[in-house]
Design a protein. Structure first.
Length: 159
């Protein structure tokens, strides 16, 4: 049986690998942040709020659900249930839910709101690797807080 040169084997394998990667990238879908229509929500102005101003707001929850599915679900999972790529956002406020003291619980919620807004706006980078892209300038404050309002309805441990 004749022996084929390595180059004749590598070319088809390289082509197969390239086709597989192209298909995977194509099936991933459009990763460009999608615009969120927030015109029906009270406008928040230029200054960033340090707490979610839309907490419990039905319109914000509805808009946030759609915005989450368009911009966050591909990494954080459908309905905030992570498939392992990124954190499960249903657990985001778990540490606050276990607080017995109302003052401490309120401070915990405020701290989590600040952390959430900072994370979404600035993204997450460690050792030069981007774990979450920054959305500042791509999503409005209204859209970001609407997403948080939706996530609060998905909590694993309700406050």
């Amino acid at each position: 049986m004749p022996v084929r040169p390595a180059s004749t084997i590598r070319k088809p394998l390289a082509g197969l690998l390239l086709a597989t990667l192209s298909l995977a990238a194509w099936s991933h879908g459009d990763v460009t942040p999608q615009a969120v229509d927030t015109k029906e929500l009270p406008q928040l102005g230029e200054s960033w709020k340090d707490q979610n101003p839309y907490r419990g707001h039905e319109g914000a929850i509805r808009i946030g659900s759609s915005a989450y599915n368009q911009n966050c679900a591909r990494c954080h999972g459908l309905e905030a249930i992570s498939g392992g790529i990124a954190p499960d956002l249903r657990r985001f406020d778990n540490d606050c839910a276990t607080q017995k003291d109302d003052r401490k619980k309120a401070m915990c919620v405020k701290d989590n709101d600040e952390y959430y807004a900072s994370s979404v706006r600035k993204g997450k980078v460690r050792n030069g690797a981007v774990y979450m892209p920054p959305f500042d300038g791509m999503l409005t404050q209204e859209a970001i807080w609407a997403i948080k309002s939706y996530l609060e309805t998905r909590r694993e441990k309700p406050l």
